[in-house]
Design a protein around this ligand. Structure first.
Ligand SMILES: C[S@@+](CC[C@H](N)C(=O)[O-])C[C@H]1O[C@@H](n2cnc3c(N)ncnc32)[C@H](O)[C@@H]1O
Length: 271
């Protein structure tokens, strides 16, 4: 099905740093939109976006403590789609990357496309990108596992302790109502219990928060696993757990690779 109304949707990432991370392509989408709907990190970012395009609307009022985030997110998707149905060129602006731990942009694009509209995501610099730079982590060195903290608690996972483990939204870890802006020490105690299946209580962790203003420094709080329940954890923090165990060589696969290399040599050099 192809829509004839002319409505279209692009969800862009504004990056983490106010004014410093916006890609030229994302900027053009914001500037040329008939309407910009934004879910960004603070009021200053909203002011800056309004300068780029006066047809700016904040999605922030949809967030109300006590209202399940599922309802909030559904309302945001509807707002974006209403503009598209009305024939507008709609830009959804989301902090970080619009496709990283962000349900609304994915869902809005999915629904718009299913109705025949042109819709896509435009990538941005996410908290993950800042984390690699600020903490000096190369995800390719030992590998890197990313989970949403509540999902990590609610479902059994097989953790590779030879790789990094990154938990997103630890500030609301264990919140099944999806209606709270923070969960407390008791919830994090349970998170620690889950982590204790794989890590000792003195394993080092970092609570990480990327800078969102040029004059700010990233916040990197080092602590031990046992100290996590009493730590101050905000909605903007990400929990970084470094590897515990060395990489384990897979001797069987190495032996098979030896055989393949011998075969390859024989094929390359038949004499
Ligand atoms: C709904 S996700 C949004 C992520 C965003 N789309 C991105 O690309 O980074 C919210 C989570 O992102 C992480 N986050 C948000 N702001 C952050 C910051 N300034 N520094 C580190 N992590 C952050 C936290 O784990 C937070 O709970």
């Amino acid at each position: 099905m192809t829509s004839t109304s002319g409505g279209r949707l692009v969800c862009v990432g504004t990056g983490m740093l106010l004014g410093g991370h916006l890609s030229p392509r994302a900027r053009v989408e914001i500037e040329r939109a008939d309407a910009v709907y934004a879910a960004v990190s603070d009021g200053l970012v909203e002011l800056w976006l309004r300068e780029l395009n006066p047809a700016f609307h904040s999605l922030q009022p949809h967030y109300v403590e006590g209202r399940p985030r599922t309802q909030t997110y559904e309302a945001m998707v509807q707002t974006l789609l209403d503009g598209v149905h009305a024939g507008q060129r709609v830009c959804g602006a989301f902090y970080g990357h619009p496709g990283v731990f962000a349900w609304v942009p994915h869902e809005a694009v999915r629904r718009a496309r299913s109705l025949g509209y042109s819709a896509r995501l435009e990538p941005g610099i996410s908290a993950e990108d800042c984390l690699y730079a600020d903490l000096g982590i190369d995800p390719g060195r030992f590998g890197c596992q990313h989970y949403e903290a509540s999902q990590f608690m609610l479902f059994r996972r097989r953790i590779d302790t030879g790789a990094y483990l990154i938990l997103w939204q630890p500030g609301v870890a264990g919140d099944r109502s999806t209606a709270r802006f923070s969960t407390g020490a008791d919830y994090r105690r349970l998170l620690v219990e889950v982590l204790r299946r794989d890590y000792p209580s003195d394993h080092p962790l970092t609570l990480y928060r990327a800078a969102t203003l040029a004059l700010e420094q990233p916040r990197m709080i080092r602590l031990r696993l046992a100290e996590l329940p009493e730590a101050v954890v905000t909605l903007a923090d990400t929990l970084v757990i470094p590897p515990l165990t060395p990489l384990q060589p897979d001797l069987a696969i190495r032996a098979r690779l030896d055989q393949l290399e011998l075969l390859q040599q024989a094929t390359d050099d038949p004499a």
